[in-house]
Design a protein around this ligand. Structure first.
Ligand SMILES: Nc1nc2c(c(=O)[nH]1)N[C@H]1C(S)=C(S)[C@@H](COP(=O)(O)OP(=O)(O)OC[C@H]3O[C@@H](n4cnc5c(=O)[nH]c(N)nc54)[C@H](O)[C@@H]3O)O[C@H]1N2
Ligand SMILES: Nc1nc2c(c(=O)[nH]1)N[C@H]1C(S)=C(S)[C@@H](COP(=O)(O)OP(=O)(O)OC[C@H]3O[C@@H](n4cnc5c(=O)[nH]c(N)nc54)[C@H](O)[C@@H]3O)O[C@H]1N2
Ligand code: SF4
Ligand SMILES: [Mo]
Length: 715
């Protein structure tokens, strides 16, 4: 009889992190389903991608199984298998040589979105080794939102409240049904209940007619308002709404007086522009802006969920600040009637303390200071949050300024597809003397590596999932099957590498000890957490009788923020600056009369897994959406292969016409380029050059002027 085991663990594909029941027979995953009844959150995307992804990845014949060393020229695709000892000794010797000859900052850690603890381990390694150069996608993912929340309300952990049906839900630049990109703390059941309750008005701000409730066929076009702004004009739209609320006095005067600072400055700012200008820049009729502003300001609770579309632009931080101010002046945060509430996270070692907390001696010797990084001192807030913007690495490698990085250690990331300007990124990464990539599969990035390390997937080892930390919750991800071949978890790779470069005192004998350390402030061991607790979430500060207060220096909602001023960042979002993502090279022209933006795949996670058959079967070819009239004018038909061209070059996707879209908008699918459809990579036509968002280092990913024309099926 087959040996059968059932595990409850968590999906890590999207920020919903649903509880999954994984059934294993004779050491093989045979079934994955929603862990309904487990008491843990289960949203379950309608396409069930979590299950396909888990089964498909653990059973994939393409998994990397042994450490590989490059044979022949870079990128030639010739490899020899080597032992872990040889791989780690080779890497350790190079790290020590570079540290001795040039200094530890020449070693760069290159990280992607955390799955389990690998990100925290890599950050800790960087601190212990002495390099401040940790590159993460924080420059265009999440940080703009969490830091805008922190500077405005004094906490990163501000979440939508769903104990009663909100009167208004605004989905702004996020596609929760496909990506979990916002409202991850709200169960799908609660969300859908609100939609059918009759109490709730829905506003969607998105160029795409996104699915809202796929099983019912409900889309943005069924919402009370479907606003289709010009890509990257969201900050201006938010300022327009603020202007209406102020000029029509739709705010609560007593609350503004008692609980906010800087309202007068804000009033002065909104007097500097007109609603006609807002209409012209955002392509949203001013009547719609007025109606939605009135709706939001006068119906509480109101919740606004923002997504990644607002985070990748040269004014990303101030765009998110403007939306925070919109929530703030309507009394929608930490108030009895408000739609958002602050959470207090459980008392585990937060990632920041894990990365730096007990490494004070190392920090004295090798400070994680902006001056030592490859982007230098003049980088707003980014380096304070422990990352260097991705494009700064590409600049440093290509221009050898302020110095040339020598070694790149990449974990859970595929920069050659995900950084803006794939060609420049490839040219830059080829300049590493040693590029090490830890991966599940071969990718565009492993192909130009010197050493490739086979990584264990999250479900093939024990780990704590704390990502995204801003949801204030942690989960036990238990091992359900063995990794393939000789694959190791990233935690183990880093732990063992640390021992070989003389840093064992900062690491552990084995990874379980690190998990125990992470949980110590909770009085739990890893085994207790895994077997008895599994999931901890933040406690809500919601008080139905009074304003719960704010953790800002003033104790109030900081519309005008002194702390930002001290950091050399504008203390208030300015209309004139919010126009920046629409000016200069982002202006439409005769040659490039349309505007490109992008969305993420429903089926795949970022650039990964295009080789996993179960998922490929569910996915369409790389799809670009356009208005049918525009397509007709260009002589294009639904289903045609098209070129999308910007001043950086062209790439190829398949056209799908979508009625109701703005006629000038071209919405392409992000993430393609590995295994199939290699010329469908949108980062072939984006740019890594400045201007960048000064506070967070964000770079413009969307909003490029483009042209579209028919491509042959095959070339
Ligand atoms: N133009 C444009 N560019 C974008 C975006 C966009 O919308 N438009 N989105 C941006 C955003 S929001 C983000 S977050 C970044 C993401 O960019 P990346 O961080 O580069 O993300 P992925 O493409 O998911 O690459 C992760 C890789 O890790 C591998 N992997 C999975 N699990 C493990 C593991 O446990 N260990 C190891 N070692 N490897 C593992 C996967 O196979 C995959 O190849 O891209 C950004 N780039
Ligand atoms: N299935 C799946 N889930 C994922 C991911 C994935 O790749 N696939 N990636 C994960 C990651 S790292 C992240 S960051 C999140 C992101 O998740 P989301 O926040 O949902 O991100 P996107 O799909 O990039 O963009 C959301 C929506 O913004 C719209 N949009 C594009 N440009 C603009 C604009 O200028 N203004 C406005 N208002 N809207 C615009 C797009 O049409 C899209 O519908 O999802 C996570 N979950
Ligand atoms: S992909 Fe997201 S919604 Fe789907 S099962 Fe996984 S965590 Fe849940
Ligand atoms: Mo992201």
């Amino acid at each position: 009889m087959a040996l059968r085991k059932e595990h409850v663990t968590f999906c890590h594909i999207c920020p919903n992190h649903c509880a999954l029941k994984v059934i294993v027979e004779d050491g093989k995953v045979v079934e994955v389903k929603a862990a309904g009844g487990s008491g843990f959150p289960v949203h379950m995307c309608s396409v069930q991608k979590g299950a396909d992804h888990l089964i498909g990845t653990v059973n994939s014949p393409d998994r990397l199984k042994k450490p590989l060393r490059r044979k022949g020229a870079k990128g030639e695709g010739k490899w020899e298998e080597i032992s872990w000892d040889e791989a780690l000794d080779t890497i350790a010797a190079k790290l020590l040589e570079v540290k001795e000859k040039y200094g530890p900052e020449r070693v760069v850690l290159i990280l992607g979105e955390p799955k389990g603890m690998e990100f925290a381990f890599a950050q800790r390694f960087a601190t212990a080794f002495g390099t401040p150069n940790v590159i993460t996608p924080g420059n265009y993912c999440g940080v703009q939102n969490t830091e805008a929340l922190r500077y405005t309300f004094g906490s990163r952990y501000i979440m939508a409240r769903m104990d009663s049906n909100p009167k208004v839900i605004v989905i702004w630049g996020a596609n929760p049904a496909h990506t979990g990109g916002t409202f991850s703390n709200i169960g799908r059941y609660d969300f859908n209940r609100a939609l059918v309750s009759g109490d709730t008005k829905l506003v969607v701000v998105d160029p795409k007619n996104i699915e809202i409730w796929p099983e019912k066929g409900m889309r943005a076009s069924d919402a009370d308002y479907w606003i289709r702004p010009r890509p990257n004009s969201d900050g201006i739209l938010a300022m327009g709404m603020i202007k209406v609320i102020i000029e029509e006095k739709l705010y609560d005067r007593e609350y503004i007086e008692n609980w906010t600072v800087g309202f007068d400055e804000l009033c002065k700012e909104v007097a500097t522009f007109t609603l006609d200008e807002v209409e012209e820049l955002t392509w949203v009729p001013k009547e719609t802006i007025q109606q939605v502003a009135r709706l939001y300001a006068t119906n509480k609770p109101g919740i606004i969920g923002t997504g990644n579309a607002l985070e990748g632009s040269v004014q990303a931080f101030q765009t998110l600040r403007a939306i925070c101010i919109l929530r703030g002046i309507t009394g929608n945060v930490n108030t009895p009637l408000g739609g958002h509430v602050e959470l207090v996270p459980p008392k585990y070692h937060p990632p920041g303390s894990f990365m730096l907390g007990d490494l004070k001696d190392r920090l004295r010797e090798y400070p994680r200071s902006p001056e030592r990084t490859i982007c230098g001192p003049d980088f707003g807030l980014a380096s304070r949050f422990g990352y260097v913007p991705t494009q700064a690495l590409v600049h440093a490698l290509l221009e050898e300024k302020p110095y040339l990085p020598k070694v790149g250690l990449a974990f859970v990331t595929n920069p050659l597809l995900t950084y803006p300007d794939s060609k420049a990124t490839e040219a830059a990464f080829r300049k590493f003397e040693l590029l090490v990539v830890s991966e599940l599969f071969h990718t565009a990035t492993t192909r130009i590596a010197d050493i490739v390390l086979p990584a264990a997937f999250l479900h093939e080892h024990d780990s704590i999932a704390y990502w995204p930390a801003w949801f204030a919750n942690i989960r036990a991800n238990c091992k359900v099957v063995d990794p393939p071949g000789e694959a190791w978890s990233d935690m183990k790779i880093i732990n063992e590498l640390a021992k070989r470069v003389g840093l064992e005192r900062y690491f552990w004998e084995n990874e379980e000890q690190a998990l125990d350390y992470m949980l110590k402030p909770l009085g739990l061991t890893w085994k207790q957490f895994r077997d008895e607790v599994k999931y901890l979430h933040g406690k809500s500060k919601y008080d139905p009788d009074k304003v719960a207060g704010y953790g800002t220096p003033s104790g109030k909602v900081e519309i005008y923020c002194e702390a930002l001023k001290k950091a050399n960042v504008d203390p208030l979002p300015r209309f004139k600056d919010l126009k920046e993502p629409l000016m200069g090279r982002f202006e439409l022209s005769e040659e490039y009369p349309l505007i490109m933006t992008n969305y993420k795949s429903e089926i795949f996670m970022l650039s990964g897994y295009r080789n996993v058959e179960a998922m490929r079967k569910k996915s369409l070819a790389p799809t670009t959406y356009m208005n049918p009239e525009t397509a007709k004018e260009l002589g294009l038909q639904d289903g045609d292969w098209i070129y999308i061209e910007t001043y950086k070059g062209k790439m190829k996707q398949r056209l799908s016409v979508q009625p109701g879209m703005h006629p000038k908008v071209v919405n392409v699918e992000f993430g393609w380029g590995d295994h199939v459809y290699e010329d469908a990579n949108m980062n072939l036509i984006t740019d890594y050059a400045p201007p960048w968002d000064y506070p967070t280092g964000s770079v413009t990913l969307r909003g490029y002027p483009c042209k579209v024309y028919k491509a042959p099926e095959k070339e």
